[in-house]
Ligand binder design. Structure first.
Ligand SMILES: Nc1ncnc2c1ncn2[C@@H]1O[C@H](COP(=O)(O)OP(=O)(O)OP(=O)(O)O)[C@@H](O)[C@H]1O
Ligand SMILES: O=P(O)(O)OC[C@H]1O[C@H](OP(=O)(O)OP(=O)(O)O)[C@H](O)[C@@H]1O
Ligand SMILES: O=C(O)c1cccnc1
Ligand SMILES: [Mg+2]
Length: 562
């Protein structure tokens, strides 16, 4: 790829810029299944290895019982092929792993291969996508493209699954809530953790607790503190340096601990809160005071270590009010157990009472974060019950994709040497759509996407205002005419190889996330609902329909009845 960049003397220079390799250094040409190398050898032995092949990468069913999927993982695929080259050590290992009868010429061939003769067309990362529509179309010498099958499927599968999971959590939580990804400790290993943070951000999360992901991808970092911090304190006597400067630096409070204690008794004996709580836990109070002394500008306390209503919330409020005396604004609390709907409502009431009782304008709006085994269902239940949570911290269920373990992407040969190929199956949903194809999204009058249509590569593209027949690929009776108001070509050239075609830029993560959020907003609501969503239509042109069925009949042997 060529990029212009500013050089120190102010002139523009052009230099060849090499795309960085995959984020995970384990992603090498050996990160594939053995059978890709055995097939590559057999292609080579048959003298077929240079034959030009076209493969489609797609999935057959949307995950999580939904009717949409978010496509993610493209950038890593492109970085992988941009740097695809087998080292001498890797080739020696393949030689050791294949039978000794394999001829030396094959290893000479492997030494020379890269992806300069491969072309990759892809849907843009962060797009809303549907079953059967190719997400990527990969064309090149068959032996090389065959080697890409496993890594490409691997690089797309989990990212798309977890981005979809994140988008679904966002859908239930609503636009206005802050969503924090807290899954690193429970993710499937380091790559699962890093991937989850990146792709949950694409799917609509706001921030992650994963520091490495923050550094690698510039994702906003957020966090609170754990129960360990609270239980590590025994009493306020442990606090040695009790002084705190006021926010504007104009004064100093020499004994912040006493200031907090004074506020605690004011709350306890106030008209509206008298009798609501007695003695609060003093070790918890010590922890909160210490945290506030360390972070006076961003004080947030985990309030459920001992008792949320009788200890955590009053203790938090006393510290927040003392901070307020010094010009600081506390951020809020986190709840990590119990009935999150009930406790959040009780906390809100408490904050509003403080606001009223002490004339503390804005105190009622204190932020409430909730965590603890959250998932789509619990978010939905909280919504139905009514809650006062502003931010959700979600880990295990989100990043492990507990509700569905894999997306099930496949990589199928659709053409070789300009000859269309088909994979038949007893199960119609598993029959592949042959030919090198183009894909379009047709938008209707109301602006919603209506249908995706797949056509042969050489067919004229659908035109705005022109009626086009859209057919179900396998079901003869399902067809519809569409007059598109907007036609969007889905597969774009992200890796032209040496074809000389222009190449789409790989956008920054934030742009991918914005695309995802925008596309989700544009979907017709009935495709998005959680219960019995309407399937989005995926179709083929009349010409492609006829061809699929011609090839099907041609390739399927006629049975004999005995
Ligand atoms: N109001 C609510 N409606 C539905 N589910 C809720 C509600 N509040 C919390 N939950 C969920 O109920 C489950 C409570 O789990 P569990 O009983 O194991 O935790 P806990 O006892 O509250 O806390 P912990 O054991 O972590 O100290 C969690 O999955 C949580 O997300
Ligand atoms: O529940 P998740 O959705 O995975 O979110 C992350 C969890 O990780 C943290 O504690 P951890 O679970 O390690 O300890 P805990 O079970 O005592 O809360 C945090 O307090 C959350 O509970
Ligand atoms: O910052 C937090 O509150 C956090 C981070 C990771 C896991 N649980 C909580
Ligand atoms: Mg937990």
């Amino acid at each position: 790829m060529e990029v212009k960049e500013n050089v120190p003397n102010g002139e523009l220079s052009t230099r060849v810029h090499v795309l960085d390799g995959p984020t995970n250094p384990m992603v090498t040409p050996l990160l594939t299944d053995l059978y890709q190398f055995t097939m590559a050898y057999a292609y080579w032995k048959a003298g077929k290895h240079h034959e030009r092949a076209v493969f489609d990468l797609y999935f057959r069913k949307n995950p999580f019982g939904g009717e949409y999927t978010i496509f993610a993982g493209l950038e890593e695929c492109i970085r992988f092929i941009a740097n695809f080259k087998l080292t001498a050590e890797e080739i020696s290992f393949i030689r050791e792993s294949l039978p000794s009868s394999c001829e030396d010429g094959f290893y000479d061939y492997l030494r020379g291969i890269d992806c300069s003769d491969v072309e990759v067309y892809s849907v843009s990362e962060g797009s809303v996508v549907f079953p059967k529509v190719p997400l990527l179309r990969i064309e090149g010498p068959i032996a090389v493209v065959q080697l890409l099958e496993t890594p490409f499927v691997n690089l797309v599968n989990y990212p798309s699954l977890v981005a979809t999971n994140a988008a679904r959590h966002r859908f239930v939580a609503g636009k206005s809530k802050m969503l924090l990804e807290f899954g690193l400790r429970r993710a499937q290993g380091p790559d699962g953790g890093i991937g989850a943070s990146k792709y949950c951000y694409i799917g609509g999360f706001d921030a992650t607790s994963n520091v490495a992901a923050g550094r690698l991808f510039g994702i906003p970092l957020r966090g609170t503190h754990s129960h360990a911090f609270v239980s590590s304190f025994m009493s306020p006597d442990e606090i040695i340096d009790k002084s705190l400067h006021s926010r504007d630096g104009s004064s100093i409070c020499e004994d912040f601990v006493s200031l907090v204690q004074t506020w605690l008794s004011k709350i306890q004996w106030s008209n509206s809160l008298r009798g609501v709580f007695g003695e609060t836990n003093q070790s918890e109070l010590a922890a909160f005071m210490s945290y506030a002394l360390a972070f006076p500008n961003t004080f947030l306390a985990l309030v459920d270590t001992y008792d949320v209503i009788r200890s955590g919330i009053p203790n938090f409020c006393a510290v927040a009010l003392a901070l307020s005396d010094l010009g600081y604004k506390a951020v809020g609390i986190r709840l990590d157990s119990g009935d999150l709907a009930y406790l959040s409502c009780e906390a809100r009431k408490f904050f509003l009472t403080i606001e009223k009782e002490f004339g503390m304008s804005g105190f009622g709006k204190m932020s409430i974060t909730a965590s603890n085994d959250l998932n789509e269902e619990t978010l939905d239940a909280l919504n139905k019950q009514g809650h006062e949570v502003d931010a959700f911290g979600i880990g295990t269920n989100l990043v492990t994709c507990y509700a569905q373990a894999a997306l099930g992407c496949v990589f199928k040969l659709v053409e070789i040497n300009n000859q269309p190929r088909i994979k038949l199956s007893e199960d119609v949903s598993k029959v592949s759509i042959p030919c090198k194809k183009r894909c379009y999204r047709l938008h209707g009058k109301e602006g919603y996407p209506l249908v995706d249509i797949i056509t042969g590569e050489k067919e004229p593209s659908p035109k705005v205002g022109e009626r086009i027949l859209c057919r179900h690929p396998f079901n003869e009776s399902k067809r519809a005419y569409v007059v598109p108001q907007r036609v969007e070509e889905l597969l774009k050239c992200y890796w032209p190889g040496n074809s000389g075609k222009p190449r789409e830029d790989l956008p920054p993560l934030k742009e991918i996330r914005e695309r995802c959020i925008k596309q989700l907003e544009q979907m017709r609501p009935d495709h998005m609902r959680r219960l019995n969503p309407t399937p989005y239509k995926v179709s083929v042109s009349g010409k492609l329909y006829d061809f699929i069925h011609f090839l099907w009949l041609n390739e399927a042997p006629v049975g004999e009845l005995q």
